[in-house]
Design a protein around this ligand. Structure first.
Ligand code: CDP
Ligand code: CDP
Length: 227
């Protein structure tokens, strides 16, 4: 059996990619970080000096942007490549983070990303995290999770992550403002906004550990698999 599709959506820094990776590993499934795809496109657009809100300029750029993933042999997880160049750290910069939601508003960008994302899910056995996976990319996913955490907790998580990974220091209050601004754009955009799918299970992770969240999702997946 090729496995089920699991969609994990939610606002910024709720812990989606961390737990999605763990659940995928435990199930032996493919993991796809769809946020990394939007980030890579944004980085490519900035490099090419494309107007980030211009649909026509982005449409022109898209065919030149190959986004691929490979296992990170040193740190675990995945590395992300733009036209075979490792951009895993570059796409976490503030310049990308604070502009990605502008690029992600554009309809033809979303359509192209969805097409590429569906190719990963063609055989099932996939855990995909993002903003519109349960509502738009995989509306028939067997398991849908909507991960939440308070904005204060999410800012602290991102702050600690920046420190641990040696990324640029951004004060906690500013991180919180940036997260709120990005969430606001993601929740209110016209095309495929961030939204809990009607049949998604909501998990507030504010006071849950990574292990608790991933075990909860893994157990839900097992229930689906043995239903
Ligand atoms: O990791 P973090 O929560 O900071 O964000 P991400 O998952 O890397 O996603 C970056 C941005 O890409 C989001 O803020 C959205 O604007 C966009 N995105 C999207 O529109 N749809 C998705 N399925 C995934 C990400
Ligand atoms: O993918 P998303 O932006 O939703 O979040 P993430 O990048 O997976 O998680 C952001 C940070 O929160 C990471 O450093 C995780 O280790 C941490 N985290 C946590 O402290 N507790 C959780 N329950 C989940 C994630």
């Amino acid at each position: 059996m090729s496995g089920i599709c699991i969609a994990i959506d939610g606002p910024a820094a709720a812990g989606k990619s961390t737990v999605a990776k763990i659940v995928a590993n435990r199930l032996g499934y493919i993991y796809l970080d769809t946020g990394a795809m939007y980030r890579t496109l944004t980085y490519a657009a900035q490099q090419a000096q494309v107007t980030l809100s211009s649909e026509s300029e982005l449409e022109h750029l898209l065919p030149t942007v190959a986004i691929t993933f490979a296992p990170d042999e040193v740190n675990g997880g995945q590395r992300v490549f733009l036209n075979n160049v490792d951009v895993s750290d570059a796409i976490r910069s503030e310049a990308v983070t604070n502009n990605v939601s502008i690029v992600a508003q554009v309809l033809s960008v979303r359509e192209e990303m969805k097409k590429r994302q569906l190719a990963f899910a063609a055989d099932g056995g996939v855990v995909m995290d993002g903003r519109d996976i349960g509502t738009n990319v995989l509306p028939n996913a067997e398991l849908k999770i909507f991960l939440l955490a308070s904005v204060d907790e999410r800012a602290i998580r991102r702050f600690n992550e920046n420190k641990a990974k040696g990324y640029k220091h951004v004060p906690l209050e500013l991180l919180k403002e940036e997260i709120e601004a990005r969430d606001n754009l993601d929740y209110t955009r016209k095309h495929a906004p961030l939204k809990k799918a009607e049949d998604a299970i909501e998990l507030d992770t504010t006071s849950l550990s990574i292990d608790e969240v991933s075990t909860r999702i893994y157990d839900l997946a097992q229930t689906k698999l043995h239903a």
